[in-house]
Design a binder for this molecule. Structure first.
Ligand code: FO1
Length: 311
């Protein structure tokens, strides 16, 4: 059984963590959004790649979900003393990771090669692919501040501005990497992790040809909305500001042209969503993933569902 997951940051990393515990290196890969990537202090920072890699390596900060556990902040403290920008929190070990990524990229390595080498150094057995090697930058259109870069919206302005749209700069000329494309084409199932559909999954599926591949595959998505709220991050606020219901049915609508099966929480499950899913199987399951047991359990249930379908 081969599974390829599409993931953004913290929510996506949790389910990917579950699969990584159950499947071998040749059975599971992740393709990660790079629209959040940006340069800060001259460093190439790839927040969603970092979060997925740190989570699978079990190095991630258990409170925030991003950054590393047992961090020190000497560099950031010193930057503060020097009057430099302190809005984006970078720990010392994390800075070392970004320095090494930046060094490799400056040497001419692609983001994919750089990422795979860093993953090996972290001891990861599964491959985590950036969606593309070209630069794609997410911009958020806001009512108060106009269009701003994603990390400024997310971290500097703490997701407070009202959202009116998104733009993925560079998406038209970016191409899904050969590695990520092969992984999608060879997968028995593609799992869309419980990540933000607007800013984490949309950049991946907006790459030329990706939707067409998904339409040929058995695609399972896990809702990032539970009981009228996002498990983490600004998704509920974004849905509300863009005029969508804060309900898994909104997520289902966004994915419906390629989705086969949708996992939602028991509190969101009713006859209405089941009957109006246009042929998509809606499954009721615990999709709250705070710890390794819940992550493994959901991954196990998804694998079992796939085995049933294959028989
Ligand atoms: N998220 C925050 O809310 N505040 C931060 O200061 C912050 C720093 C940071 C540093 C490295 C990294 O890899 C991720 C970091 N994140 C931070 C998370 C990240 O910016 C967002 O979670 C994603 O871009 C959204 O998926």
């Amino acid at each position: 059984m081969k599974i390829t997951a599409l993931a953004g940051g913290v929510g996506g990393a949790k389910l990917a963590h579950g699969f990584s515990k159950l499947l071998d290196s040749n059975e599971f890969n992740v393709i990660v959004n790079t629209g959040d990537d940006f340069e800060h202090f001259g460093l190439y920072i790839s927040p969603d790649m970092d979060t997925v890699c740190y989570t699978l390596a079990e190095l991630s900060n258990s409170k925030t979900g991003w950054g590393r556990e047992n961090e020190s902040f000497n560099v950031l403290e010193t930057i503060k003393e020097l009057g430099g920008p302190e809005w984006f929190i970078l720990g010392d070990k994390d800075i070392a990771y970004h320095l090494e990524r930046t060094r490799k990229i400056k040497m001419g390595y692609s983001l994919t090669r750089t990422s795979l080498e860093l993953e090996r150094a972290l001891g990861l057995k599964h491959k985590i692919f950036p969606m593309c090697d070209e630069k794609v930058s997410t911009f958020v259109d806001t009512v108060e501040l106009g269009e701003i870069p994603f990390q400024e919206y997310f971290v500097k302005h703490k997701c407070q501005p009202i959202v009116s749209g998104f733009r993925f700069n560079g998406i038209g000329s970016a191409r899904i990497t050969e590695e990520a494309k092969n992984s999608l084409e060879q997968a028995d199932i593609v799992v869309i992790c419980p990540s933000n559909p607007f800013v984490s999954i949309s950049p991946i599926i907006s790459l030329e040809g990706v939707r067409e591949i998904l339409k040929q595959k058995y695609v399972i998505a896990v809702s990032p909305i539970i009981g009228g709220a996002a498990v983490k991050g600004p998704l509920a606020k974004m849905l509300n500001e863009l005029g969508w219901d804060i309900h898994p049915r909104s997520i289902l609508r966004m994915y419906q042209d390629f989705l086969n099966c949708f996992y939602i929480a028991p509190e969101d499950f009713d006859e209405d969503i089941k009957n109006n899913a246009s042929g998509i199987i809606v499954k009721e399951e615990n999709i709250f993933l705070p710890n390794i047991n819940s992550r493994k359990k959901l991954a196990f249930n998804i694998i079992n569902h796939m085995k049933e379908i294959q028989h």
